[in-house]
Every structure is written in structure tokens, then in C-alpha cells.
Design a protein around this ligand. Structure first.
Ligand SMILES: Nc1ncnc2c1ncn2[C@@H]1O[C@H](COP(=O)(O)OP(=O)(O)OP(=O)(O)O)[C@@H](O)[C@H]1O
Ligand SMILES: [Mg+2]
Length: 254
């Protein structure tokens, strides 16, 4: 099985405080790997490290993040920009902060395509509308023409998924991708992720929801206070958790 993303000994700190401590795990091609753990355990910090989008106070002290054979931590800022959006799509925890309030959703997704592909304006328009319909937005044209504040939270979240997948990335990092959705839409986004996986796309899924992880993920990494306490195939971890903290998490969820 090919490894698409390999994180080794990742350590992130702010001043003297270590937020992520020697975290190592792999994301194989075409698989969904979930990071689970309590609030503040460092899940988002790991996702942002892969994208090199950490707030400036947070520093990567140690480790490597090899994606498609290259250590992302050693890439120039320019190469990293090419990679972001094109090879790695991102769905952030806070959909409002992703979109610029001054431009329509369509313009903003179009911009990603324009930056990373050679498609003509017309081809891009078609692709953006197709992608908006792929994420189950009921009226793709309306969503295209809407400003971010004109959509509901759930619609914005789906628009963000559309932006993440529009360039056909090989990896998607999804941080709580269904947190502002009702159950029906959660199921639709989960179905979308399963379709993406069938296209051999890998997903690094960051989630609180152990039910969603059980449904979607192949492997799970359990994080506590910045450290991995346990990792492995979802079925094994859920059925025979080796660590007390994993048991607690699973019991709290049931
Ligand atoms: N800019 C920052 N400056 C200082 N500490 C920070 C900063 N951002 C995050 N932290 C700290 O890093 C730790 C990990 O935060 P992170 O956001 O990665 O957690 P999380 O697992 O994603 O939590 P949640 O489930 O609530 O989203 C927390 O203790 C948080 O307080
Ligand atoms: Mg988070």
C-alpha cells in the first residue's frame, strides 16, 4: 500500500509549551485516517502543520511531513503555495473565516482553479458549478452568485468542501467538516467522502464524533494532550482499545 503522507516525530510548541509532542503516523493512498481526541488535544494544530498554516506564535520544533515524496517542511513558500489547494485540499473548522466576505462563493472557488489549472474561464465556470452540485448544494447557480453571508452555515460548509476538492487534490484535510450540519447533511457529506475515497483520494479527518469516524475512517489516531496514546485500524481500536483513555472516549460516546 502506498503511503501518501507520512508524519514523523512532529513537535509543535509555543514558547516553552509543547502542544504536539513527537507525533508520527501515516496516511495511505485512498484511505481515510481520522484524528480523534478531546478539545485542545492538538488535532487542528497537526492539520495546520501539514499545510504550513500555523499561527506565527506556533513553531514546528522537530519532525518531517513527507507528502508525495517531498518533505513539506523543507519546501519553499512558493512551492508550498502550489501544493496547497491543488494537491492538498482543506476544509477548516470555521467556515466563515475561509471565505472573503467581499467576493461571491463562485468567484472564490474560481480563483483556486485559475491559480492551479490552465482551464479557460468557461471551463472553470462549468467545473465550479459541477463541484457545487457534487457537494449537494440544492441550487448550485444561486450558491455561485451568493456572498458568504448569504448562505446558511451548512451551505457555507459544503461550499468549503467544494473549494477543497475543485482541483482534484490527492489529499483532503477536513477539520470537523460536518460540525455545523444537521444529521441529514452530515450523512450526505459522509457519502461524498466515501465517493472521494473511491476515486483514490486520501482524507485526513479531524473529528470529535466517534460515530462518524467509525462510519468513515480506515484508521484512527487517538490524541491526548498533544501525544498519540493509540493508533490502528478503526475496528480494532473500537473493539479492543489498548489504552484506558481510548476506552474512556468510546464509553463517553456510547
Ligand atoms: N495561537 C495559539 N497560541 C497559543 N496556544 C495555542 C494557539 N493555538 C492553539 N493553542 C493551544 O494549542 C493546543 C491545541 O489546540 P488545537 O486547536 O490544536 O486543539 P484541537 O484538538 O483542535 O481542539 P478542538 O477540538 O477544540 O478544536 C490547545 O491547548 C490550545 O490552547
Ligand atoms: Mg480543532
Amino acid at each position: 500500500m502506498n503511503t501518501l503522507l507520512s508524519i514523523k516525530d512532529l513537535t509543535v510548541a509555543v514558547d516553552e509549551k509543547v502542544l504536539v509532542n513527537q507525533v508520527s503516523f501515516d496516511v495511505p493512498q485512498g484511505k481515510i485516517v481520522a484524528i480523534a481526541g478531546g478539545s485542545g488535544s492538538g488535532k487542528t494544530t497537526i492539520g495546520l502543520s501539514v499545510l504550513r498554516l500555523l499561527p506565527s506564535a506556533l513553531q514546528i520544533r522537530q519532525g518531517s511531513i513527507v507528502f508525495e515524496g517531498q518533505d513539506l517542511l523543507k519546501l519553499s513558500s512558493e512551492k508550498m503555495r502550489d501544493c496547497r489547494g491543488a494537491r492538498v485540499g482543506m476544509v477548516f473548522q470555521e467556515p466563515l473565516s475561509t471565505f472573503d466576505p467581499l467576493f461571491t462563493i463562485g468567484q472564490q472557488i474560481d480563483e483556486v482553479l485559475a491559480a492551479h489549472t490552465k482551464l479557460s474561464k468557461q471551463e472553470r465556470y462549468k467545473k465550479v458549478l459541477e463541484t457545487l452540485s457534487e457537494v449537494e448544494l440544492p441550487d448550485p447557480l444561486r450558491a455561485y452568485k451568493s456572498f458568504p453571508h448569504q448562505l446558511s452555515g451548512g451551505m457555507r460548509q459544503r461550499a468549503m468542501v467544494a473549494q477543497a476538492i475543485v482541483c482534484n487534490p490527492s489529499l483532503i484535510i477536513a477539520d470537523e467538516p460536518t460540525s455545523s450540519l444537521d444529521v441529514t447533511l452530515q450523512v450526505k457529506i459522509m457519502e461524498l467522502f466515501i465517493r472521494l475515497k473511491k476515486k483514490n483520494i486520501s482524507i485526513l479527518l479531524i473529528a470529535h464524533d466517534l460515530g462518524m469516524i467509525a462510519h468513515l475512517a480506515d484508521e484512527v489516531v487517538i490524541l491526548r494532550q498533544g501525544e498519540i496514546v493509540e493508533k490502528g485500524p478503526v475496528e480494532r481500536v473500537y473493539k479492543q482499545p489498548e489504552h484506558g483513555y481510548t476506552k474512556e472516549l468510546i464509553e463517553a460516546f456510547q
